[in-house]
Design a protein around this ligand. Structure first.
Ligand code: BTN
Length: 265
């Protein structure tokens, strides 16, 4: 990837919101690099991209396979005012931002899996990892986005779940520089809206694209499992689960379509 191409694809208002764009041929993790920038007291918002990651990380301690050119690996290090950022809603807003860009490039339907996966059928197209550490007057959040762009069959076979890549949905996808710029622009636009009005303006868009709306699901929150029917998300982005004991609001965990899949068989 070429840094100058990313910069040329960013509109002037979006460029002004970024202190710098960083493009690495290979790095451990773009999220980790964002934290290094923070530790070095580098000011402002940063977009960090890599062609390959050697220690790409996923949610819940998983690794994110990141072969050179196989994916788009990007992190936005963004400073929020301390009271504006609610990680839960922001994580869904990020997924909606990626969804809106990728949907415009695909004739196949892309769905959302709460809290922030993008699926085509049952195959994963993109995953998101938000991380934060406490700052002082502003709250820096690292928004990490991984998109399967062009995965070789042998790499796909190594991943422990069904995956799909963008080049299977669009035979001439935009370059990764253009894609990264489009996603960064959409994300910053949505962050502005989220900071002004919270998650409520995004709720109906989420529910319209929710893969498991009205479906029976299992929620695994690490030490606890709940079974129920998904009723979509509320105005804060929490998942509403109709259980035998009544409606419950879920603010963290992973959805599975069945106990069998929750057990990994
Ligand atoms: C998931 O488990 O679904 C989240 C995957 C997030 C992967 C991206 S790739 C860019 C950024 N850097 C990382 O190390 N992880 C995120």
């Amino acid at each position: 990837m070429e840094k100058h191409v990313v910069e040329e694809c960013l509109s002037e208002p979006v460029s002004q919101r970024l202190q710098a764009v960083h493009v690495h041929a290979e790095i451990d993790s773009t999220n980790q690099e964002a934290f290094r920038l923070l530790e070095a007291k580098t000011a402002g918002n940063h977009l960090i991209l890599a062609d390959a990651q050697t220690a790409g990380r996923g949610r819940r301690g998983r690794t994110w396979q990141s072969p050179a050119g196989g994916g788009l690996y990007m992190s936005l290090l963004y400073h929020f005012s301390a009271d504006s950022a609610q990680l839960q809603g922001l994580s869904l807003v990020t997924a909606l931002s990626v969804h809106s860009v990728l949907s415009s490039l695909s004739s196949m339907e892309i769905k959302l899996k709460w809290p922030n996966d993008l699926l085509v059928g049952n195959k994963k197209l993109s995953g998101i990892l938000l991380e934060s550490r406490i700052g002082d007057s502003t709250l820096p959040i690292v928004i990490g986005i991984g998109i399967n762009y062009a995965l070789a069959e042998d790499v796909k076979a190594e991943i422990d779940r069904p995956v799909v890549a963008l080049n299977e949905l669009n035979h001439s996808p935009p370059g990764r520089e253009e894609l990264a710029a489009a996603i960064c622009s959409q994300l910053i636009k949505n962050i502005d809206r989220y900071c002004a009005a919270g998650f409520a303006p995004f709720q109906s868009n989420w529910n319209a694209n929710d893969r498991y709306l009205e479906a029976d699901v299992v929620i695994d929150s690490g030490n606890n499992r709940l079974i129920g029917k998904s009723l979509g998300v509320d105005a804060e982005g929490a998942l509403i689960l109709q259980t035998a004991a009544g409606e419950q609001l879920i603010s963290g965990g992973e959805i599975f379509p069945s106990l069998r899949e929750a057990n990994g068989v």
